[in-house]
Design a protein around this ligand. Structure first.
Ligand code: ZN
Length: 78
């Protein structure tokens, strides 16, 4: 039954293509981080691992930002 096999194969191809398309869309939607810290007088390079997570600050500035956020918004957020 070559026709049936072709139909199954075509269905699988369509599913894989659909999944790939959805995956690419998700990747594109995610805001990519910056290669260098966005603090103007810092500009330290950001490690790739953190950049891929959408980081826009170097680890030093991120730590300061976290501290500042915790001070200005006690008990809020994480
Ligand atoms: Zn920085």
């Amino acid at each position: 039954m070559p026709d049936a096999m072709d139909a199954v194969q075509a269905d699988v191809d369509a599913r894989v293509e659909d999944a790939l398309r959805r995956h690419r869309a998700t990747v594109r939607e995610r805001p990519e981080g910056l290669t260098h810290c966005e603090v103007l007088d810092c500009r330290e390079p950001i490690e790739e691992a953190r950049r891929l997570l959408g980081a826009r600050l170097c680890s030093d500035c991120q730590r300061e930002e976290d501290i500042r956020a915790a001070q200005f918004a006690p008990g809020r957020g994480r």
